[in-house]
Design a protein around this ligand. Structure first.
Ligand SMILES: [Zn+2]
Length: 402
């Protein structure tokens, strides 16, 4: 309004002051209404009831906000089905697994929590902690071993019940469980693999230690060089805010092909917040009735719950144990002597011996293992660098490192 121009300076000041007081009064009214609403209706005094009926708009607004807050809170809550209920659901899942022509599995951090690797969005997850400004507890990833869920998946694949696995995890545990590489797409990379992109085709170096201690968003060099051409090696990790560019271990084409053929998708331990952004994985171009049936195992809400044929609220290991029982398949135990990482690994050359400070996965040789274990009793410091939790800090304050 141009009216302001005709007012004197003191009049404009008075108007601004009046506006400020009006807004302050509004805020105070809102606080009052909010206080009254928190009381049970029976305990409200006649004055309070009158105030509420005089402020219908604020009441509606606060109630709407309250519902929204409640909905968000519920989504973060971890819910467990009762044991009987879970068993009933697993029977249905088992029927779906047996009846599927092309079953594929999507996995997230929830399948590795039993291996002491924290998940992302769970109550103590990496993402949740960073959002709250707390530090992530240090974990020695080299001690993590494939869980009952990893071993069950490898077994299901072995029995031709599962065709392909798409994982968001970088912890390399699917590979270490014995799942063949062609049946696996590691969407965000693998912490044990570094590659030379100058060689054609890309030359891959599997290591027995986390190769990512020096890498971060847009900084992928691991500090070692290609034995063949001398170019710098890079990690395979897709950090937050990046797109995967490597053929392997991303294996994107195989993931898309598997998804296009899938009639059943089993999602294990993923919030699906990242995976839902890949429409190809959900066959979104097909009409809804031709899309694969979804079975979701997760303690928390996921954005695909409403589309699921069945949602199982349970820990992945509990569900998989029940499922394998139903299918009559014994779950193979993880056996370090059969861990493919040791046969795949390219040994370091003598001059590379000091090129990393991460603990190596202890080799499966009795005496040697004990000696290594004794040498490596150094306590694990706070996490710094590497794929683990790095990209999650994007958008949160950079943490001071003491
Ligand atoms: Zn090379």
């Amino acid at each position: 309004m141009a009216a302001g121009w005709s007012l004197s300076r003191s009049e404009r000041k008075a108007a601004a002051r009046a506006e400020f007081l009006r807004q302050e009064e509004q805020r105070e009214r809102r606080r009052q209404v909010s206080r009254i609403l928190r009381k049970p209706a029976a305990e409200r005094s006649p004055d309070e009831a009158a105030l509420l009926s005089g402020c219908q708009e604020i009441v509606r607004d606060l109630e709407r906000l309250g519902k929204k807050r409640e909905r968000l809170r519920r989504r973060l809550e971890e819910v467990c089905d009762e044991p009987e209920e879970l068993k009933r659901k697993v029977s249905k899942l088992s029927a779906a697994v047996q009846g599927a022509k092309h079953l594929i599995i999507y996995t997230g951090a929830g399948i590795s929590t039993a291996a002491s690797i924290p998940d992302y969005r769970g109550p103590n997850g990496v993402w949740t902690m960073l959002q709250k400004g707390r530090s992530i507890r240090a974990v020695d990833l080299s001690e993590a071993e494939p869980t009952l869920t990893h071993m069950s998946i490898a077994c299901l694949h072995n029995h031709k019940l599962v065709k392909h696995v798409v994982s968001q995890n970088c912890d390399g545990l699917h590979l270490r469980s014995g799942l063949p590489r062609e049946a696996l797409s590691e969407l965000h990379g693998n912490m044990y693999i570094e590659v030379c992109t100058s060689c054609t085709p890309n030359r891959e170096y599997v290591r027995v230690f986390d190769v990512t201690e020096r890498t971060a968003l847009h900084r992928h060099h691991t500090g070692r060089v290609c034995h063949k051409c001398g170019a710098q090696l890079r990690d395979t990790i897709v950090h937050f805010g990046e797109k995967g560019i490597l053929q392997q271990p991303l294996n994107w084409e195989a993931a898309i092909e598997a998804a296009s053929k899938a009639d059943v998708i089993l999602c294990l331990g993923s919030s699906l917040k990242v995976l839902k952004k890949y429409p190809h994985l959900w066959c979104m171009s097909k009409p809804p009735r031709h899309r694969p049936k979804l079975y979701i195992v997760n303690l928390q809400w996921t954005p695909k719950d409403d589309l699921a044929a069945l949602k199982l609220h349970g820990k992945c290991d509990d569900v998989m144990k029940l499922l394998m029982d139903e299918l009559g398949l014994p779950i193979p135990c993880y056996d370090r002597t059969k861990d493919p990482i040791f046969s795949l690994a390219v040994p370091l050359q003598p001059e590379e011996e000091g090129s990393h400070s991460r603990r190596a996965v202890a080799p499966p040789v009795g005496l040697h293992e004990v000696q290594l274990g004794e040498q490596q009793q150094t306590p694990v410091g706070p996490l710094s660098g590497g794929w683990f939790g790095r990209g999650c800090a994007k958008g949160t304050k950079k943490r001071k490192v003491s």
